[in-house]
Design a protein around this ligand. Structure first.
Ligand SMILES: C[S@@+](CC[C@H](N)C(=O)[O-])C[C@H]1O[C@@H](n2cnc3c(N)ncnc32)[C@H](O)[C@@H]1O
Length: 152
């Protein structure tokens, strides 16, 4: 989904390709992320540990899957950038003006718009997690949670 009115616009140097005619797999959205940001321009480019407290609201169906999550201080969050276009192979970020391959960027614009952040887990209240360190729009779909990888 892309609600951007100039969805087909490209910046200098950007290249779009035709997307495949069908997808190869499906994902389940498992919840919704609540943040203070309503438009992309307001979002930080990258979540910070001193950013605002955000809420990850996990769907009731997955309640048991949260068992023991509170033991972890830091959690990796995977989310679906539902307003990003998916067809650019070369992008020219506004910030740098430098044309770069999609897979060399952390832009939300990518064939599968999966984003990832490691957040500080502040509290677990039922199926809602209070966290700091996110950078997505209010209403962004949640696709997975896993403890931060720790080295032995
Ligand atoms: C640069 S991405 C980084 C995401 C994640 N931390 C990562 O590294 O995978 C963050 C930017 O994506 C954009 N964005 C946030 N939520 C989005 C959404 N639901 N759909 C499309 N773009 C979004 C905003 O412009 C935000 O500043």
């Amino acid at each position: 989904m892309n609600d951007d009115p100039d969805e087909s616009a490209v910046r200098p140097g950007e290249v779009a390709v035709a997307l495949p005619s069908s997808t190869d797999a499906g994902v389940y959205f498992i919840g919704t992320i609540r943040t203070p940001w309503r438009v992309r321009e307001e979002c930080p480019k990258r979540g910070e540990p001193d950013g605002p407290v955000c809420s990850i609201v996990v769907d009731e169906r997955w309640r048991e899957a949260l068992t023991d999550i509170a033991r972890h201080r830091r959690v990796q969050v995977l989310y679906w950038m539902h307003h990003a276009r998916r067809d650019l192979v070369l992008q020219t970020p506004f910030r740098t003006g430098q044309t770069t391959g999609t897979f060399a960027l952390r832009s939300p614009v990518r064939p599968n718009p999966v984003a990832s952040s490691v957040v500080d887990l502040l509290a677990v209240e039922g199926t809602t997690l209070r966290v700091r360190g996110l950078d997505c729009l209010d209403g962004t779909p949640l696709i997975d949670l896993k403890p931060e990888r720790t080295h032995p």
